[in-house]
Every structure is written in C-alpha cells, then in structure tokens.
Design a protein around this ligand. Structure first.
Ligand code: KG4
Ligand code: ZN
Length: 341
C-alpha cells in the first residue's frame, strides 16, 4: 500500500489546528490559538474558545491543504479529535470534519486526542516498538499508558486522582501572580532557583492507601502545600523567593512523574518511554526524564515543542495508523465524547 495521506483536525481546547501527514512525514501543520483571549480570565472560557474555533476552522484547514499543495481529493482520509475535551469546542471541529468528509466522499475517523499525543512521536522518532509505555502530561491530563498497538489497544496504567500536572503549575502560578497559563513562567523562574530551598511534598510516591496502585498521580496536595507555605511567608511579612518556590515545585512534580514512568517501564519490560502533552515542554521534566532514563537504560522519546502542545499533526498521524491497520472508519454520525476515557 502506498503511504496514506491524512488530514487531521484538532479543536479540543483553545487550539484550532489542521495538518497533513503522509506516512511518517509531516507535510503541513497549521495552528491558531485563542489563548490570548482567555488570558485575562485566568483560564480557558469554553464559549470564547468555541466561537474562536468556528471562525478559525475553515482558514486553518484551507491553509493546511494549501501548504501541502493539495486539495481534498489528494487526501485518503480525514481524522478529527472526538474527545476528550470541551464539548462546544469538539462540536465545531467534528461538525466541520464531517462536512468535509461528506462533501469530498472521504472516510472519517473520530480519534482519541490523548492517543494522538502518543502517535505524534512517530513523526520524529519513527515507529515505536511493541508494548511501549507512554507518559502524557498536559493541563487536562496526566496519564501513564501501556501501548500494545496504537491503532487498536491502549490501556491506562496510572492516572491523576485529582489535578493534572499542568493544572497544578497553573494554580500555583496564579498565587504568585503570573498570567495564565502560568506553567511556562514557573519553568523559566525555576531555572534560576534552588530546587531544595523549600520542602515540597512529592505527590503520591507509592500508591493510594487502601487500593495499592503505584502508578497513579496526585498533585492537589503539592499545590496546597506550596499555597500554604506562600501564605505563611506573607503573614510573617517575608518576601516570597519566587525562583526558589518555582524550582522546588518543578523539582517535586518532575521527580515523581519521571520516577513513576521509568519504574513503570521496568515493570512492563518497556525499553522505551514515549512522552507527550503540553506539559512535556517543561524543562525540569525533560531533564529529569532523560536523567532517570539514562540511569535505567530507557530510551526516552520526547518530541520537539511544536509536537508536544495540541496540534493537527497528532490527529493526522493517528489517522494514518488507523488506515494502515485497516480499522473501519467511524460512522458518518459518530458522536463527540468530552470525557472519552
Ligand atoms: O497539552 P496542552 O497544550 O493543552 C491541554 O490539553 O491541556 O497543555 C497545556 C498545559 C498548561 O497547563 C501549561 O501551563 C502547561 O501545559 N505548560 C507548561 C509548560 N508549557 C506548557 N508547564 C510547565 N512548563 C512549561 N514549559
Ligand atoms: Zn492535549
């Protein structure tokens, strides 16, 4: 079979994105973001994001096709994120993708966005070995996944019991006074701070009590501990050592994520760890994963930044995997699923 050409469309949160992937080659990649419109509210406002998708979808898809020097007739299939995400946002991307598929008589695949974050690493590192583990970390998800076959079979090994890692960073950032999204500001300040300056607990290093499950995460206690410490300093009239707070928080979160992911690889016999999601842009996490990975002989595959954050390439890449695996396309009226597991 010649290499499948897939148009991928993404609209789960605040990025409207489209890309064309042919086999393992990224042919075009266009991303528009409504982040600036949300910043003054301190978080993504679903209604604003949905409207922004409605405005951006046609121009973004048109540009992705134009950049690829293609028309819809050159495409073998369309893939679109059907969940998890904000319902109104998903509805815009999925409706648009269905309309294009119907008009151009192309098969359509409604895909799982989180699995797209895993699939996209193939564009940089090539196919992954069988039975690999993946750590997907963003503002909305923190999951350790076992990938038996990216097109057909992915299992959850561990997940966050409360806040996602990015969410924890964003909440602490707000207390410090950084604009939304605060994660990248914490990253930057952490680079000049002392990671051992403040004692930050490591969220759930072993398992939750009662039901032992060593690969789950919990970051809400970490956030509360840092918040309490900041409050105490303020009450005592002391200045907040911002860089040290950021470095200590980043060290705690990166250490627990890296240790659990690498320990998981050892238990599951996976010599490779796939990493993805917006939070994998974090320098402290990247450094810690590479350090612990090298120590334990695990090949850690963290893609370049533009493939970590939400994009259409991840959707198109997973679409290519589905076409190659001979998976049947979705029904023309497939639903969105904002809490897709
Ligand atoms: O995957 P993503 O773009 O959107 C979601 O699906 O959530 O991830 C966005 C999250 C935000 O919480 C943001 O603060 C965090 O990733 N983030 C970072 C960094 N870059 C993005 N957190 C820490 N350090 C960074 N460099
Ligand atoms: Zn994402």
């Amino acid at each position: 079979m010649s290499e499948p050409v897939v148009l991928g469309i993404e609209s789960t949160c605040d990025e409207t994105a489209a890309a064309v992937v042919q086999g393992r080659t990224l042919v075009s990649n266009v991303v528009a973001s409504s982040m600036d419109e949300h910043a003054r509210y301190g978080g993504v406002i679903p209604e604003i994001a949905s409207r922004a998708h409605a405005e951006a979808l046609v121009p973004v898809v048109s540009k992705a096709l134009a950049d690829a020097d293609m028309t819809l007739s050159d495409i073998d299939a369309i893939a679109v994120s059907a969940g998890p995400g904000l319902a109104g946002c998903l509805a815009v991307g999925v409706s648009g993708a269905k309309a294009l598929a119907w008009a151009a008589h192309k098969p359509i695949y409604g895909i799982n966005h989180v699995i797209g974050h895993i699939a996209v690493t193939q564009l940089q590192f090539g196919n992954f070995p069988p039975d690999v583990l993946a750590l997907i970390v963003s503002g909305g998800h923190t999951s350790l996944l076992h990938v038996a076959d990216v097109a057909r079979h992915v299992d959850v090994v561990g997940t966050t019991l409360d806040d996602a890692a990015g969410e924890c960073f964003d909440k602490v950032a707000r207390l410090i006074g950084f604009p939304y999204p605060g994660g990248p500001h914490i990253d930057k300040h952490a680079q000049s701070g002392d990671p051992k300056a403040i004692k930050v607990p490591q969220g759930l290093t072993q398992g939750r009590s009662g039901r032992e499950h060593p690969y789950d995460f919990s970051f809400s206690g970490v956030k509360t501990a840092v918040a309490r410490w900041i409050e105490q300093q303020q009450d005592a009239g002391r200045e907040i050592p911002v860089d040290d707070v950021c470095a200590s928080l980043a060290d705690s979160v990166a250490t627990v994520l890296a240790n659990k992911a690498i320990r998981g690889c050892e238990q599951y016999g996976s010599g490779t760890l796939i990493v993805g999601g917006g939070f994998s842009a974090n320098s402290q996490l990247r450094a810690k994963l590479l350090e612990v990975g090298t120590e334990h002989g695990i090949d850690v595959r963290i893609p370049q930044l533009k493939l970590c954050t939400d994009n259409g390439a991840m959707v198109a890449m997973l679409g290519v995997n589905l076409v190659e695996a001979g998976v049947a396309p979705s029904a023309p009226d497939f639903p969105i699923d904002s809490s897709m597991p």
